[in-house]
Design a protein around this ligand. Structure first.
Ligand code: RIB
Ligand code: CA
Length: 313
């Protein structure tokens, strides 16, 4: 039976790929997409989620608009630099055919979680503001979630500072709340997502797909230009799709149960995730940290599923 999943996201080019992968995978029953401010402002992340669902032929899928800013302190920046002004630059996608539903993201997640206690996985691939609000406002629904899988954090070098990964950096207080929530989240950080990569030849291959090929290749080529600028390599990291791939095939990732903390200070490491894999500091294990991945299994799954979705359009 397909696993019920809610995807909380901030599209964002790699979020768009994650949405398509979730829809293309029969192992998952995507119940809803919820949006949060992050890569670009909330209005844009929400419109982008709706655009991608139109592209995938799912204008029926519920979309809940969530937090328009971080919980406590405003971040110094967003990710327009990486994803473009629209958040999906290069995709060429038209305006969405509809608006978001009437329920706030937190209420939509809570309703779906309580409809099926212990069954629904929440996969969060943007800042964790909505997830922290759910824990605070609807603790009974938060606890009713089967599992929380997060794309976020970095133990071996960040992307918004030498130490902090964007989703955690954007709202460290929210991330700290989720990690301290006793829900034992799975945390898929840059340590593995930087190895979940597509090449220029891969993008050329995706460009051939019916219906999806043009928008996918367009936005991935835009995204690649930023990777070349930043990393000097003709690759694109598929941060968010890797978290979704783990839901489809858990063997894509190797996890270590350990103690993780988030730096919410205002020092140079604000937003860093402190991962104690040796259990040295005595903190109890509170998260499952992704320590390795099967990159070829991920790539194979991504290509196979995107091709299947394209063929179904
Ligand atoms: O650091 C990578 C994460 O930040 C991804 O989720 C990307 O979409 C951005 O939100
Ligand atoms: Ca994201």
């Amino acid at each position: 039976m397909a696993a019920p999943v809610i995807l909380d996201c901030d599209p964002g080019i790699d979020d768009a790929v994650a949405i398509l992968l979730a829809l293309a995978s029969p192992e998952l029953d995507l119940l809803a997409v919820t949006t949060v401010a992050g890569n670009v402002p909330l209005a844009s992340t929400t419109a982008n989620a709706l655009r991608v669902l139109d592209l995938a032929g799912r204008p029926d899928l519920p979309v809940g608009r969530g937090a328009e800013r971080s919980l406590v302190h405003l971040p110094a920046d967003d990710s327009k630099e990486t994803h473009g002004e629209s958040g999906l630059d290069g995709s060429g996608l038209p305006e969405p055919s509809r608006g978001p539903g009437p329920e706030h993201a937190v209420d939509l997640i809570a309703r779906l979680a309580l409809d099926r206690p212990g069954e629904v996985t929440l996969c969060a691939v943007g800042p964790l503001t909505n997830v922290a609000l759910l824990a605070a406002l609807r603790p009974e629904a938060f606890q009713a979630l089967r599992r929380i899988v997060v794309m976020g954090g970095a133990a071996t070098g960040g992307n918004m500072s030498p130490y902090a990964e964007f989703n955690v950096w954007f709202d460290p207080e929210a991330a700290a709340r989720v990690v301290a929530s006793a829900h034992d989240p799975v945390l898929v950080g840059l340590d593995v997502t930087r190895q979940a990569r597509l090449s220029a030849a891969d993008i050329d291959r995706l460009a051939e797909l019916p219906v999806l090929g043009g928008p996918l290749a367009g936005m991935l080529r835009f995204y690649m230009r930023k990777h070349v600028d930043w990393y000097g390599e003709e690759v694109v990291f598929q941060h968010d799709a890797l978290a979704v791939a783990h839901l489809v095939d858990p063997s894509v990732l190797e996890l270590a149960h350990c103690h993780v903390e988030v730096d919410t200070s205002f020092g140079p490491a604000r937003g860093a995730t402190l991962v104690d894999r040796l259990g040295v500091f005595g903190g109890h294990a509170n998260a499952h940290w992704a320590v390795d991945l099967d990159a070829e299994r991920f790539r194979g799954l991504l290509f196979e599923r995107l091709a299947a979705l394209a063929a179904s359009r």
